[in-house]
Ligand binder design. Structure first.
Ligand code: ZN
Length: 263
């Protein structure tokens, strides 16, 4: 059952969402979900910075920022919520400060911890949607397993060098393990491979766009992998189907079918 509360009043700052309301398919009453939904951003690096900025600007009501890292000078080329004065400070606190300037009424919970399998369940529980800004494959694997088990949508994303991918997982869409059966996936390492700063902004903004569409009921077609290669000037969307043998979502769906058959 959705934890979204549709009884929360519409935002009062109508100017903020005037252009959003003008879009085809957007119904005014659905915008209340942006105010009532709880969104967690796991990893407040380049992706999380851009995503949070657009979610705040677009009238999101509740954001949870999870990251134990501090701002480094090397972050400033792509983590646009931070300035030189933030170096050495916790990312979640510096980000919250910048976001409040954009949206003073945004409720932010800053969690200065790295996500682990031990603290993960308590940190990401009670959210309606999660944005992945993690930079390690094992915790992405864990987040995928947790999200499938708890039916919470996650918009995965990663970027390294000139290349990036975005992969929303929700509903009957394939999960991250369907995409990478070995569950390893491309290990991201911007420190050695480099990263084009605006690329993470572009991808984080896409995560925010997909999150907003999902929250207000403008569903994306399930199972779409977005890929970008700015060096080769290529952008593609690839339609994927769930792997029935997937050890994460395939097994859980088989259990659901077994329960349905036994009723
Ligand atoms: Zn799967």
């Amino acid at each position: 059952m959705s934890r979204l509360n549709d009884t929360v009043p519409l935002i009062t700052d109508k100017e903020r969402v005037r252009r959003l309301v003008a879009l085809p398919g957007v119904r005014t009453e659905r915008l209340a979900r942006l105010r009532s939904a709880r969104v967690a951003i796991v990893g407040v690096g380049g992706l999380g910075n851009a995503a949070a900025q657009y979610l705040a600007a677009q009238g999101m009501g509740h954001l949870t920022l999870i990251d134990g890292d501090t701002v480094d000078r090397g972050n400033l080329g792509r983590q646009i919520l931070f300035g030189p004065e933030d170096v050495g400070h916790l990312k979640v606190e510096a980000a919250a400060h910048s976001l409040h300037r954009l949206a003073p009424d945004l409720q932010i919970r800053s969690v200065p911890l790295f996500l682990t399998e031990e603290n993960g369940p308590s940190l990401v529980d009670s959210h309606d949607l999660i944005l992945d800004g993690l930079d390690t494959a094992p915790m992405r694997q864990w987040l995928n397993r947790w999200a499938i088990a708890h039916k919470v949508p996650v918009i995965f994303a990663g970027a390294v060098g000139y290349e990036a991918q975005v992969f929303p997982v929700y509903g009957q869409a394939p999960c991250l393990s369907c995409l990478w059966p070995s569950f390893e996936g491309p290990e991201l390492d911007c420190a050695t491979s480099g990263i084009l700063g605006p690329l993470v902004g572009m991808v984080g903004a896409l995560q925010a766009a997909l999150a907003i569409k999902h929250l207000i009921g403008l569903e994306e077609r399930a199972g779409i992998l977005w890929t970008f290669d700015l060096f080769q000037a290529r952008a593609r969307t690839i339609a994927l189907t769930p792997n029935p043998q997937c050890p994460v979502c395939g097994v859980s769906r088989e259990k659901v079918r077994d329960v349905e058959r036994s009723l």
